[in-house]
Design a protein around this ligand. Structure first.
Ligand SMILES: NC(=O)c1ccc[n+]([C@@H]2O[C@H](COP(=O)([O-])OP(=O)(O)OC[C@H]3O[C@@H](n4cnc5c(N)ncnc54)[C@H](O)[C@@H]3O)[C@@H](O)[C@H]2O)c1
Length: 164
């Protein structure tokens, strides 16, 4: 995904004037749904590359575990990246962690996000229910993305009003 290495600008055609005015959207705020192995990793990389991230999962306990995992992983990255500069390493870890907040209520956070990355369990019905619900709360410009390993993106897109 583009956002993992740098902030990116998305060109989006508005439905009313598709060819005329392509809007440029800078992705600054990312919501990651699912704080398991993949979601925690996506949240970590998005935060480390300058994005503000909200990580969402079902319980505070799971989110606490995700946060600890992210911190451990960041410390390993920092140790290599700032091998000669322990203070820089600490600052990198602290700054990245401070860009990640958590929530158990996806609907209440997606209204202000540019990109939603779904990384919940690999179940079409659950992913569809999630996207259908978030579709009502996210703004028109919000991009929906899935980390699915085997499901068809079109079957997920069909649960939303966003076909782009
Ligand atoms: N693990 C891998 O190597 C791998 C690789 C590529 C793609 N994927 C895909 O990434 C996705 C996530 O995989 P994973 O290994 O991180 O799974 P995981 O089981 O480690 O994590 C899934 C998380 O989603 C949470 N969750 C479930 N339903 C939710 C909901 N409605 N709202 C919020 N949170 C919810 C669970 O509590 C859990 O913490 C799957 O679609 C999987 O197929 C996984």
């Amino acid at each position: 995904m583009a956002f993992v290495t740098r902030q990116f600008v998305r060109s989006m055609s508005s439905s009313s004037s598709a060819s005329a005015s392509a809007k440029k959207i800078l992705v600054k705020h990312v919501t990651v749904i699912g704080g398991g192995l993949m979601g925690a990793g996506i949240a970590q990389v998005a935060a480390a590359t300058g994005h503000t991230v909200v990580l969402v999962d079902q319980t505070e306990d799971i989110l606490e575990k995700s946060r600890k995992g992210i911190e451990e992983s960041l410390r390993k990255v920092a140790k290599k990246k700032f091998a000669e500069n322990p203070k820089g390493a600490d600052e990198f870890v602290a700054k990245t962690l401070s860009s990640i907040s958590t929530s158990t209520d996806a609907a209440s956070v997606v209204h202000s996000t540019d990109l939603v990355v779904e990384a919940i369990v690999e179940n079409l019905q659950m992913k569809n229910e999630l996207f259908k619900r978030l579709d009502k709360f996210a703004t028109e410009h919000t991009i929906f993305a899935s980390n699915t390993s085997s499901l068809q993106i079109t079957s997920l897109a069909n649960s939303t009003t966003r076909q782009d």
